[in-house]
Write a protein that binds this ligand. Structure first.
Ligand code: OAD
Length: 251
């Protein structure tokens, strides 16, 4: 009987334009908390106090303390086998495009390139007043940090509640979704829009949806294949199976 790892490998080998969508679950095995669920960030912290433009206007120091803590956590974390496998698949051109909702840099550090980062990047700061922007390597020493050009506060270049995503970045992501005949959806609850619609676009165009998650989500109901597993455990197995099938075809 064909198992789900083999089924996933076969779908991926049959597909011509595979994309991947990741969420915070892919970084969970690196020690970075997800958002929802009992241990999620939103069970301990209130998004309206920390992740909105109003929260920042009211208390920039508090917001920056929270983002500095998260920056430190991310900096100390290492990419796990799921990030590494995705990077390998991308570098082998098996995966054409990687779209993430994550603001961490673990995909980049695993070797992925040209990532479509829907919700921004925690290590990039931008001025709330002028065009100044900068990539940081460490959390800022002075909190809240100020713009070296105009003196206004700098903020993390991430999307907060109540803010729109960059139209250019959304467009890029949906163009990729339109082109795709398969999508790997990894570690996302799928409830945040517009990211949650990306797998649906692939499905509605006749593409295959392979979901990897430790629990069912809103995407599971229409996924062609649901692998109930930790991303860091199952992705390397799928990769090995792809290599094994490829080798067997070349002998
Ligand atoms: P969520 O916290 O909503 O969902 C994380 C998903 O990862 C859940 O479905 C978990 O079951 C799954 N998961 C946890 N550990 C896993 C593992 N080891 N392997 C595979 N799956 C695992 O996080 P996101 O879907 O990323 O937005 O949330 C989307 C957006 O909501 C975030 O980008 C953030 C948040 O508010 C902004 O900040 C704009």
């Amino acid at each position: 009987m064909i198992n789900s790892v083999e089924a996933a490998a076969k779908i991926l080998l049959r597909s011509k334009y595979i994309i991947a969508l990741t969420g915070s679950g892919i970084s969970a095995e690196s020690g970075i908390p997800t958002f929802r669920g009992k241990d999620g960030l939103w069970s301990k912290y209130k998004p309206e106090e920390l992740a909105t433009p109003y929260a920042f206007a009211r208390n920039p120091k508090l917001v920056w303390e929270w983002y500095s803590w998260r920056m430190k956590l991310i900096k100390e974390a290492k990419p796990n086998p799921a990030h590494i496998t995705l990077a390998k698949l991308q570098n082998m051109r098996i995966i054409k495009t990687l779209i993430t909702q994550n603001i961490d840099d673990l995909h980049e550090r695993a070797g992925s390139r040209d990532i479509i980062k829907l919700h921004g990047d925690i290590f990039t700061v931008r001025c709330i007043n002028c065009i100044f922007t900068q990539k940081l390597t460490n959390p800022p020493i002075e909190i809240p940090p100020k713009c070296p050009r105009c003196g206004a506060y700098l903020r993390p270049d991430v999307v907060w509640f109540g803010e729109s995503l960059s139209p250019e970045i959304i467009n890029k992501a949906f163009i990729e979704a339109e082109k795709a005949d398969a999508i790997l959806v990894i570690g996302t609850s799928g409830v945040v829009m517009p990211a949650g619609l990306i797998p649906k676009v692939v499905k509605d165009n006749g593409g295959k949806v392979i979901e990897i998650n430790i629990e069912e989500t809103v995407i599971t109901s229409y996924a062609d294949l649901f692998l109930k597993s930790k991303a860091g455990e199952i992705l390397p197995k799928i990769f090995e199976k792809i290599m094994e099938i490829r080798r067997s075809r070349h002998v």
